[in-house]
Ligand binder design. Structure first.
Ligand SMILES: [Zn+2]
Ligand SMILES: [Zn+2]
Length: 787
């Protein structure tokens, strides 16, 4: 019998990947079928921000999302796996300013927006190429206004949804406008929500300054890192238990340079062991100042203007930047003999998430969405969702518990969704339009003729835009078809899973929950999958300044998408630990592809055959296969793709190939076996290979599809159903005995200097009698059957 493998090539060729991907697209293999009767599995993918090439960490996590989609599809779900790109907001504006060397504030709005779009076009295409090259099974790569279409957050249709949610919340009285101390980045020129604040630890100078007590001239020491705020000093606190200062209660301190008199009062906020134990509260040095001034009902004095410079309240320092003012005031205090000591301390400083500039507090009239009164509901909702890994729920809970202000949702920028409001010039009436289209009040008239209140015909359009998280927090509503098919939406909402990074729990996840609660009184997701980070080989964050950024495209060019995908599962569970990129390990992952190729090529030489009488050896490996199927299925359902990859690899590499395949080789070639026994080997080899390919298809979709089409079928493996564990496991208890015995024989031959093909005398243990015929043939055992 001539046995020629159906797989001719000696090894997997990574350069086949793009052609396989194109074929999937031509066949519309992953298109979404809205009318399917299957249960829905919807994935609210995080739209990557397109101001930079795709990060290798994104590539890693998108592979995991793709595995979610592919495994669920095989398990009979109707999978909604749309791809979005995030294009709104500050990052692109900052890039545009840099790229075109312009400033938003000095550029006409229309022109600035045009420039943003120009830049976005460039970035967007680069991101998509990487995702395609990774082999993602998104429903569609075209922007389509329908469920399953690709989307971009700056698309008029997406912005229409953002505005519609605002109008609904507005009409229900959940939005209000107020002037209160707001986080503000002077460089970005906009208000920021607490979720947009980051903290950096750095050295700060603590200055000990002499104040005089008004009543008796006593000199007291106040320690502060922000002497430039003396003009806005409002009150001085000492701890109620601090015996050094109880005598000051009810007295006043005179603030140096400015001379205002402020009360000295006991308050637990003052720490006895910090500085001198006396602390000055200014409006506003930090978030605690905001809280205390509100608590003590003090009228604030703002010292810093919208450009980050000292304002007229700062007297002779007015017009200076904060840093300059601090230097100058320290000099002046020194000259006056009022600065007695300076200490360097470590301090956590709040900075803008985007530009990393220090946050100031200014008074701005901004729109707020109510959230403080819903904290309990948010905590309850967190409990209704399954977190993977469970411990990442803590990040969300902690965040909800620390909320201390409503969500400031308006921004003074250009590239974002406009706040859809107009104001009557005559009477000030605020007009909010009906939902239904995308409004741009800064350049459009309102859709009404005259003011409903006074009949005036002149309106001023709102110029502000929304916080970009106000857009992002509607992604799950958008992909579930809220705009286009309310029936479909109502039937399938909430969305099944939200995969996202841990660093955006406090904004993306939390705000999505808040809006979902306020709009629908429903949780937005069943499952929440939170990933940690991908770091460089030495465990450092990748950044341009460190020069350690790895472009996933380079890796894929070199090793292929399959090696990258296999590695991303074998390397570890990114919901539980940070992952370190190692090119060596990615290269190493391709060894498994070679192993899979070799095993498939070997098996492909044998004919396919139907029903046969199985031998004990065949039943044994099929029992092990049943176990594997069960474990892999559970792993996929529980997002444990690391465990899945390890168990399949171990099965193929450590059990199936070295033990079963070797045991049945003589039988498969028909040496000394009956035709029925030979066919049983063929049947079992092919059954195992089919299952192995299917189990691996979600992880390595290119090579498995290629092998499947060559050996088994004309239609893609990605149309197949997940295999069933249909074989009995009665022989599984002997697995260790079998592998131990094989190892024993191999070792014996080695010790005796025999080649594997030479015969040996050895006793087969009694329990292994059912497999004796295969074992004898495999090892060429003489008198092996004797007891
Ligand atoms: Zn900033
Ligand atoms: Zn009016």
């Amino acid at each position: 019998m001539s046995l020629k493998p159906k797989i001719e090539e000696k090894r997997w060729d990574k350069d086949l990947e793009p052609a396989i991907f194109r074929k999937w697209q031509e066949e519309k293999l992953y298109a979404f079928d809205k009318n399917s009767k299957k249960p829905m599995y919807s994935i609210d993918t995080p739209p990557p921000y397109v101001d930079a090439p795709v990060h290798i960490g994104q590539a890693y996590t998108y592979v995991w999302m793709d595995i979610m989609a592919r495994s669920r599809r095989m398990m009979g779900f109707n999978v909604l796996f749309p791809l979005g790109l995030d294009k709104n907001g500050l990052p692109i504006e900052v890039q545009t300013e840099k790229h075109f060397k312009i400033l938003m504030k000095e550029t006409p709005r229309r022109e600035f927006i045009r420039k943003c779009k120009e830049l976005l076009k460039m970035y967007g295409d680069i991101s998509l190429d990487t995702f395609k090259r990774l082999g993602l099974s998104c429903n569609s790569w075209e922007i389509e206004y329908k469920v399953g279409g690709r989307y971009e957050t700056d698309d008029p249709e997406y912005r229409r949804l953002t505005q519609e949610t605002f109008i609904k919340l507005w009409n229900r009285g959940l939005v209000y406008e107020d002037a209160k101390p707001t986080n503000y980045c002077p460089v970005c020129g906009t208000a920021l929500s607490d979720a947009e604040i980051e903290y950096v630890e750095e050295d700060a100078t603590l200055n000990y300054i002499i104040f005089n007590v008004k009543e008796d001239g006593e000199k007291i020491l106040i320690a502060t890192t922000r002497p430039e705020l003396l003009c806005s000093c409002k009150v001085i606190l000492f701890n109620p238990n601090d015996e050094r200062y109880v005598h000051l209660k009810g007295k006043h301190a005179v603030v140096p340079i400015y001379g205002q008199e402020v009360r000295i009062i006991p308050h637990p906020y003052a720490k006895m062991d910090f500085g001198s134990g006396l602390v000055m509260i200014c409006s506003f040095g930090d978030r605690e100042d905001v809280r205390l001034i509100r608590e003590l009902r003090i009228e604030p004095t703002y010292a810093i203007d919208l450009n980050g410079r000292m304002n007229e309240n700062a007297g002779k320092y007015s017009g200076l930047t904060v840093d300059e003012a601090r230097r100058r005031i320290i000099e002046d205090l020194k000259d006056m003999g009022l600065l007695v000591k300076q200490e360097v301390i470590r301090q956590k400083k709040p900075v803008c998430w985007r530009s990393k500039d220090p946050i100031e507090f200014v008074s701005l009239k901004e729109f707020y969405l109510k959230q403080l009164e819903f904290k309990d509901e948010m905590l309850k909702m967190a409990d209704e969702m399954n977190f993977f890994a469970p411990e990442s729920k803590r990040i969300l809970i902690d965040w909800i518990n620390t909320l201390s202000a409503d969500w400031v949702i308006s921004r003074r920028r250009y590239y974002g969704t406009e706040i859809p409001l107009w104001y009557c010039k005559k009477c000030g009436f605020t007009y909010v339009p009906e939902p239904g289209r995308y409004y741009q009040p800064w350049k459009e008239d309102p859709p009404i003729e005259k003011c409903p209140k006074c009949g005036g015909r002149d309106f001023i359009g709102e110029k502000r835009i929304f916080d970009t998280w106000f857009d992002s927090s509607t992604s799950e509503i958008y992909i579930m078809g809220y705009l286009w098919d309310k029936e479909f939406f109502n039937k399938h909402f909430p969305c099944y899973v939200r995969p996202q990074g841990k660093e955006i729990v406090r904004n993306w996840l939390y705000f999505t929950m808040l809006k979902s609660y306020l709009l629908f009184k429903k949780k937005p997701f069943r499952d929440v999958w939170i990933n940690m980070h991908v770091l460089d080989e030495r465990g450092r964050k990748m950044s341009k300044s460190l020069g350690n950024v790895i472009d996933p495209m380079d890796v894929i060019e070199k090793y292929g998408a399959e090696a990258f995908r296999m590695w991303s599962c074998l390397e570890g569970d990114i919901t539980r630990k940070d992952i370190r990129v190692s090119l060596e390990k990615i290269r190493g992952a391709s060894k498994f592809l070679t192993k899979l190729w070799n095993v498939s090529r070997f098996i492909s030489a044998f004919p396919l055959c139907g029903k046969v009488e199985l031998t004990a050896t065949d039943k044994w490996i099929l029992g092990e296969l049943s176990n594997l199927i069960e474990a892999v299925k559970r792993g996929y359902l529980e997002y444990r793709f690391y465990d899945v990859a390890i168990s399949i690899r171990d099965f193929v590499w450590d059990l199936f190939a070295p033990h079963y395949v070797e045991m049945v080789k003589p039988r498969a070639y028909g040496r000394g076996f009956s035709e029925s026994e030979q066919k049983a080997a063929w049947f079992t080899l092919h059954t195992c290979l089919r299952v192995i390919l299917k189990l691996l298809a979600p992880i390595i979709p290119f090579i498995t599809d290629h092998l499947w089409l060559k050996i088994y079928d004309k239609t893609s493996i990605h149309k197949e159903f997940f295999p069933e564990a249909e074989w009995g496991t009665e022989f599984n208890k002997l697995t260790k005995k079998i592998t131990d015995f094989n190892s024993l024989v191999w070792n014996r031959k080695k010790e005796k200097g025999l080649s594997l093909r030479e015969s040996i005398k050895i006793k087969i243990p009694e329990e292994l009698n059912p497999f004796a015929k295969d074992l004898v043939a495999m090892h060429r055992i003489e008198n092996g059957n004797s007891l």
